[in-house]
Design a protein around this ligand. Structure first.
Ligand SMILES: NC(=O)c1ccc[n+]([C@@H]2O[C@H](COP(=O)([O-])OP(=O)(O)OC[C@H]3O[C@@H](n4cnc5c(N)ncnc54)[C@H](O)[C@@H]3O)[C@@H](O)[C@H]2O)c1
Ligand SMILES: O=C[C@H](O)CS(=O)(=O)O
Length: 487
């Protein structure tokens, strides 16, 4: 791979203008596959920068909300076309910033284009109902009004799809936006905002402020003129944000961690189950909120499944996501690599049996990056740390059960409830799983990862603040219902 020492500085986008932070301080962004590859520099912004963005958003929203949904949608369609024309460039930037393979990055960017077009169309849909009043001389109906200024705080693992699946519904329903992306992928976000800027959105409707979570993210959560916060990230940060926003009477939406199980029943198609477990658990280096991390297998087929799974995992090619043939890239940053290695150590210490992987990859191909072997543990029990806590890395925990009831009890025995899969050819087992599995997304004979943009998405239990994103469900967070009575 050619090492690029790009010195490009990426700016904040405030009130329709690209500008440096008030201190001119910047943060270097390097490639997790090769830290000598400098992707660029982003602003280390201050509260002053943030206040300027919120002020611009508040002012711009007054006119933006008065446009029709169709008029707002035309801007989104333009942004979609521009992002589509820059797909390759944005995808390469994503791979260089956070490590996912280029095919996955291209797929995610195309997903961003599709989400923009979906919500552009939502501008033409009804937003209320006529409700018959008990007064025959009266007209009663509902309509919806935007929140106002929406703060968007996003993680590094889907740096195009998640910002867009938040900003697009916020905008189409008449809100203005201030986005603070994860610093690790702030350049990718800046490129997405460039597409919005080129689409001609009115000044102040969309604003980008990059910088630390504790300064800019927390500043958004605290800001009295930010009417709603939509956050995706870890439970620790999400809970803090929710408490902050709640304390000042704001509206918040939190989508957080997962510890997603796949149940493999004795009657499953084993090759399909193995393929989906590897893909669902290890694609994107296991850095998906819906990634499979617990593999719960009925004892009758446990050994044959285990043998097939390990053989498949050992075929995985790990390397730079820009290189052809790479199946799995690096961990997204040094901290994530250390987190994964510490959980692997914990798994060994608590008595789980390491079947494959478990080490940081070394050698000339790996020494300048954050690479870890795809890892499978056997004999994992519910009380083990690796069975309870989100690792957010390429680590699978195999657990044996003797019945579907035992499998479901185990699958539900975590604080999270984001996604879950089952592999079975038995309709009764499918129906029991659908009924009993406490997760916001349940998939049958399909991997646990894979959210379709037109369907509601969100978690149960500690995975979410219990609203839903995506599809038409998104309107519930980004608007408030107003009931109207006319005599
Ligand atoms: N449920 C979902 O839809 C979903 C999707 C993707 C990722 N995730 C979760 O995100 C996590 C990984 O992403 P991450 O490491 O970027 O999460 P994170 O919580 O560390 O950071 C998320 C965002 O919050 C910001 N932030 C950090 N500290 C903050 C603070 N004190 N106040 C305000 N903002 C702050 C970060 O800068 C970033 O923009 C995992 O737990 C994963 O499960 C969930
Ligand atoms: O992290 C975000 C979700 O996992 C998106 S998807 O399920 O991979 O589509």
């Amino acid at each position: 791979m050619t090492v690029q020492t790009e010195q490009q500085h990426y700016l904040n986008y405030i009130n329709g203008k690209w500008r440096s932070s008030s201190t001119n301080d910047v943060i270097k962004i390097s490639n997790p596959a090769n830290v000598d590859d400098v992707v660029g520099f982003v602003q280390s912004s201050t509260a002053e920068d943030l206040n300027g963005a919120v002020e611009a958003a508040k002012s711009a929203q007054k006119k933006w909300k008065k446009l029709s949904g169709d008029q707002r949608g035309r801007y989104l369609y333009k942004a979609a076309d521009i992002l589509e024309s820059r797909l390759e460039e944005v995808a390469v930037c994503m791979t260089r910033e956070m490590g996912k393979t280029l095919p996955e990055a291209k797929g995610e960017t195309a997903r961003g284009v599709a989400i923009l077009r979906y919500y552009a169309g939502e501008g033409m849909r009804k937003i209320g109902d006529v409700i018959p009043s008990t007064d025959s001389g009266a007209l009663m109906f509902t309509t919806r009004v935007p929140l106002g200024v929406v703060g968007v705080i996003t993680p590094w693992n889907f740096p195009v799809a998640i910002p867009i699946w938040k900003m697009a519904p916020a905008l189409i329903y008449g809100n203005s936006v201030v986005i603070k992306p994860a610093t690790e992928t702030a350049i990718t976000c800046a490129k997405v905002i460039e597409c919005f800027a080129e689409a001609g959105f009115p000044e102040g409707v969309i604003n980008l402020v990059t910088g630390s979570g504790s300064v800019i993210g927390q500043g958004l959560a605290e800001h009295p003129d930010v009417n709603g916060i939509t956050f995706t990230g870890s439970n620790a940060v999400g809970k803090k944000i929710g408490q902050t926003v709640f304390s000042r009477g704001g509206k918040y939406q939190l989508e957080m961690g997962g510890k997603n199980p796949v149940i493999v029943a004795a009657d499953a198609d084993l090759d399909l189950a193995v393929e989906a477990t590897v893909s669902g658990g290890l694609r994107s280096t296991g850095q998906k909120c819906t990634a499979t991390s617990r593999v719960i297998v009925e004892s009758e087929i446990y050994e044959v499944f285990k043998e097939k799974l390990v053989a498949k995992v050992n075929e995985i090619t790990v390397g730079d996501g820009q290189e052809d043939g790479t199946w799995m890239g690096p961990s997204a940053n040094a901290g994530q690599l250390q987190t994964v290695l510490s959980y692997i150590h914990k798994g060994k210490a608590e008595g789980a049996e390491l079947l494959c992987g478990g080490e940081r990859l070394t050698g000339s191909k790996y020494d300048k990056g954050y690479f870890v072997q795809p890892t499978v543990f056997d004999s994992v029990t519910a009380n083990m740390t690796i069975a309870q806590e989100e690792i957010f890395g390429p680590v699978l925990a195999l657990m044996k059960v003797d019945s579907l009831k035992e499998a479901l009890d185990l699958a539900n025995d975590v604080q999270y409830g984001l996604s879950a899969s089952i592999f079975t050819t038995n309709i009764q087992k499918m129906l029991t799983f659908i009924e009993e599995m406490d997760a916001g997304l349940v998939r049958i004979n399909a991997e646990s990862a894979g959210v379709e943009l037109q369907a509601p998405f969100g978690g149960m239990k500690q995975s979410s603040s219990h609203s839903r994103e995506q599809g038409q469900a998104a309107i519930e967070f980004y608007t408030s219902i107003k009931t109207v009575f006319v005599k």
